[in-house]
Design a binder for this molecule. Structure first.
Ligand code: UT7
Length: 356
């Protein structure tokens, strides 16, 4: 059986570090509150007008491609995961392709929208393509430029202080070793609470879901809008309903339940135990979530990698950035069992087990 492996990995974070005190200059928050509730000390912001989600993704991809021992022209498929794309459409996959200068590719570029689980979903797709023999060098990128779409007033503080910009990339290739590579991936979703962590406007919803689900939130949609009229209302602009919204505690409670569940599910499938994990790379949503998951699984500090303190939550980029950092620090060696796990908007969640 052909297995796939991560043949090359890279990450890129922009230079500008924004501290909690910097944010406290523009909104009512404090370093103490942010560190206590999230563990975050600072996050990076891309350079406006000079960097984008796809350009940062390209920087990470260049490193991953070089480390995979291939040239850009050898990439035969691109998968791009983000929730903060450069454009509403087309997706970042083709923009990354153009940025890398590989526009003559015969294969395609796929954009996936699975938010915090985007990288794990992308890895699963890449794994299937490689195992089926269809592709040999799948470039998977997770990147975010959150800083362009956040509410910097006090109104948006519960969301804004959490997020940061960055990109991570891997090249997924066939693994010719025995019993190595991606052992399994597990993917889940449940749309019941889609609006609990969402970026609703502008969108083509037309108020449909709020009526149908009897959703209590007011997202500023005006049912009297006719075709031909712009569908961003004054109310949306005035009340900041054009930014991400999150019911933090609701998300937190589900996250701490789903992370351990989906990690155990993957371990059970391949007949391994939590004690077999050499390195868990959890999606960096909140340091308190990671610590809860660590305790629940009985893992020691050196079995879990966290870097949210420096970068905040970089959504689709958080796992590949953390994985790459851990690998560069020498904490992941050949033969180690690496576990990736994510939970986020949708809700979607998933895990992957890799024999490195
Ligand atoms: O990656 C995708 C998945 N996302 C997650 O997993 C996030 C999960 N949720 C969380 O990490 C936490 O819920 C947050 C860090 C977002 C919020 O922490 P919390 O302890 O759940 O706070 P809260 O939302 O319950 O708010 C508590 C108080 C409120 O004030 P009142 O109503 O008690 O007076 C908020 O207005 O804290 C206030 N608050 C803030 N205060 C200072 C909310 N955000 C801030 C802030 N600075 N940035």
């Amino acid at each position: 059986m052909i297995r796939s492996k991560i043949g090359g990995i890279g990450y890129y974070v922009p230079e500008t570090a924004v501290t909690n005190d910097d944010l406290a200059q523009v909104m009512d928050t404090s370093d103490e509150w942010i560190q206590e509730r999230t563990g975050i000390r600072e996050r990076r912001y891309g350079l406006k007008h000079k960097e984008t989600t796809s350009s940062m993704g390209a920087r990470a991809a260049e490193i991953a491609i070089e480390r995979a021992g291939i040239s850009k022209e050898d990439v035969d498929f691109i998968i791009f995961a983000t929730l903060s794309p450069d454009y509403y459409f087309p997706g970042c996959g083709v923009l990354l392709q153009r940025e890398l200068g590989i526009t003559n590719m015969e294969a395609g570029a796929l954009d996936i929208r699975n938010q915090c689980s985007g990288f794990v979903y992308g890895l699963s797709i890449a794994d299937q393509f490689v195992r089926s023999g269809m592709y040999k060098n799948v470039l998977l990128v997770g990147a975010e430029m959150h800083s362009m779409g956040l509410d910097y007033s006090t109104r948006g503080r519960n969301v804004t202080v959490i997020f940061g910009d960055g990109a991570g990339a891997v090249v997924v290739q066939p693994d010719d070793r025995e019993d190595s590579g991606i052992l399994t991936t597990k993917l889940h979703s449940d749309g019941t609470y889609a609006e609990k962590l969402a970026f609703i406007n502008p969108g083509a919803h037309g108020g449909y879901h709020f009526d149908k689900m009897d959703i209590e939130y007011d997202f500023g949609y005006d049912k009297s809008i006719k075709y031909g009229e712009i569908f961003i209302t004054d109310k949306m602009l005035k009340d900041g309903q054009i930014f991400p919204n999150m019911e933090g505690q609701f998300v937190f409670k589900l996250a701490v339940q789903k992370f351990p569940e989906v990690i155990k599910e993957a371990l059970d499938e391949v007949g391994l135990e939590t004690s077999d994990i050499n390195m868990l790379i959890p999606h960096q949503a909140n340091l308190r979530i990671s610590q809860f998951v660590q305790r629940r699984l009985g893992l020691s500090d050196d079995q879990v990698w966290n870097n949210i303190q420096k970068y905040g939550n970089t959504t689709a980029a958080s796992i590949p950035i953390a994985l790459c950092e851990a690998w560069e620090a020498g904490k992941i060696k050949d033969g180690d069992l690496v576990c990736l796990a994510a939970f986020g908007s949708g809700f979607t969640w998933g895990s992957a087990l890799i024999r490195w």
